[in-house]
Ligand binder design. Structure first.
Ligand code: ADP
Ligand code: MG
Length: 283
């Protein structure tokens, strides 16, 4: 197949920027500590390593994804706060990272006030979608790392997104949490974003020595079927060490099981997208 026939396969430098339309993917789960940020940073890195142009947007006031990618305070002068509340141009807030092909739109703690500051704005749920529109032609994929809640920030991400990736920790209450995020996605699809779909569920922190991990994985697969990725992210200490070095796990330890698993996840994800062109018709 020629590059012209399948823009998702075109090398970044050769792709026609004017025609590219990034697929926007929210990484969401209202539970904290399930692996959203870890998935966002390491999947974004693996996709960039697979020659995609990727933007990672941090809309969690904790700014963990921004820190995980090694950005210091000087690189956070403009952030998703300025975008959502101040009306700054997204292109000016984008920062390069140490990973070729991966840019980031950083978060700062001020973002925690967004809920209150946007309260009177009737268009508050679509602010991110509006701000991102001019960036879509620059990237193949835009991933959004959401905070652990279903407030205005996550709802902005879902309103802007084409798809949702749901990281799910292999633990006892996983299924309960899953039904809440699935219902929320359904609600946003009906209310204001008919194109939104669940892109996939990623099982994280899988521990093969623990029977509960197996049980949870089996339950989630029987409940959600093919929407659960085959690739499972194992519990791996290198994954949890990498953020404090400001590096994705693939740069911290390229051969560890966590790095390898995120590489597999990216390939499985791109294969799934294969049926769906990255290039979309103009609305
Ligand atoms: P969330 O963004 O959903 O709150 P994080 O991605 O920050 O969750 O993960 C929570 C904690 O668990 C972090 O300290 C992270 O380093 C650690 N962690 C995440 N995934 C793994 C894994 N597969 N193996 C080991 N530790 C992990
Ligand atoms: Mg997080």
């Amino acid at each position: 197949m020629s590059a012209a026939a399948d823009p998702s396969e075109a090398p970044v430098s050769e792709a026609n920027g004017a025609e590219r339309q990034a697929r926007i993917v929210a990484i969401a789960n209202q539970k904290g500590g399930v692996g959203k940020t870890t998935t966002a940073v390491n999947l974004a890195t693996a996709l960039a390593d697979a020659k995609k142009r990727v933007l990672l947007i941090d809309i969690d006031p904790q700014g963990n994804a921004t820190t995980h990618l090694g950005l210091g305070p000087a690189q956070r002068r403009l952030s998703t706060y300025d975008l959502l509340v101040g009306g700054a141009a997204a292109a000016q807030a984008v920062q390069p990272t140490a990973i070729g092909g991966l840019d980031v739109l950083p978060a700062v703690v001020d973002l925690s006030a967004a809920e209150v500051e946007l309260a009177g704005d009737p268009a508050r749920m679509s602010r991110l979608a509006t701000a991102l529109a001019p960036l879509r032609s620059r990237y193949d994929l835009i991933l959004i790392d959401c905070p652990p809640s279903l407030g205005v920030l996550t709802l902005n991400a879902l309103a802007a997104a084409d798809g949702v990736l749901i990281p799910l920790q292999c633990e006892f209450f996983a299924l309960e949490g899953l039904s809440l995020i699935v219902r929320t996605v359904d609600r946003v699809r009906r209310a204001n974003n008919p194109r939104l779909q669940i892109e996939g569920i990623v099982l994280t922190m899988y521990d093969r020595r623990n029977n509960l991990s197996d049980q949870v994985a089996a339950d989630v697969r029987s409940f959600m079927g093919h929407r659960v990725f085959e690739t499972v992210i194992p519990r791996n200490v290198r994954i949890s060490e990498a953020p404090s070095f400001g590096q994705p796990v693939q740069r911290y330890d390229v051969q560890c099981p966590g790095a390898i698993a995120h590489g597999h996840l990216a390939l499985e994800y791109l294969k799934r997208l294969g049926g769906r062109p990255t290039k979309r018709r103009a609305a």
